[in-house]
Design a binder for this molecule. Structure first.
Ligand SMILES: [Zn+2]
Length: 123
C-alpha cells in the first residue's frame, strides 16, 4: 500500500523533529498534499494512524491541506491554476502549459506539540 509507506516516512520525519525539540507528544501534523501527488487521502489518514501507533505521534491528528495544480503559462507569462489535472492547458488562453509549479507536493509543514506542564513551584 503506497499510502502506508508515505505515512511511515511522515511519522519518521515528525518523530525526528519532535525528538530534537524535546517533545514527548505530538498532537497534530500538518501536511500539504498536491492534487497530483497520487495520494488517496482516506488511505493516508488510515495509514497515519497505523504508523503513529506506539510513537510520539500516537493519536495525533493529520491535518491535510490540499494544494491545487498550478502551472506556468508561457503565453500569459503567469502562473495559472489548472482546474482539471487531466488537462494541461491554460484556462485563460488555452495554450498548453507543461511546467508544473505546485500540485505534486507531499510536504510536512508543521507539528503541534503538547505544551509541557509548567513546573509547580512550592510557595
Ligand atoms: Zn495562458
Amino acid at each position: 500500500m503506497h499510502e502506508l509507506s508515505i505515512a511511515h516516512s511522515l511519522v519518521e520525519i515528525a518523530e525526528e523533529a519532535a525528538a530534537k525539540a524535546g517533545v514527548t507528544r505530538v498532537t497534530a501534523v500538518h501536511l500539504r498534499l498536491g492534487v497530483l501527488s497520487g495520494v488517496v487521502r482516506d488511505a493516508l489518514l488510515f495509514g497515519f494512524d497505523v504508523a503513529a501507533a506506539g510513537t510520539r505521534l500516537e493519536g495525533a491528528r493529520l491535518e491535510i491541506e490540499d494544494v491545487p495544480l498550478q502551472a506556468y503559462c508561457a503565453q500569459c507569462g503567469a502562473v495559472v491554476v489548472l482546474p482539471n489535472p487531466q488537462r494541461f492547458r491554460c484556462p485563460q488562453c488555452d495554450a498548453p502549459c507543461g511546467r508544473i509549479v505546485t500540485g505534486q507536493e507531499i510536504e510536512l509543514t508543521a507539528l503541534e506539540y503538547e505544551e509541557n506542564a509548567p513546573e509547580v513551584t512550592a510557595s
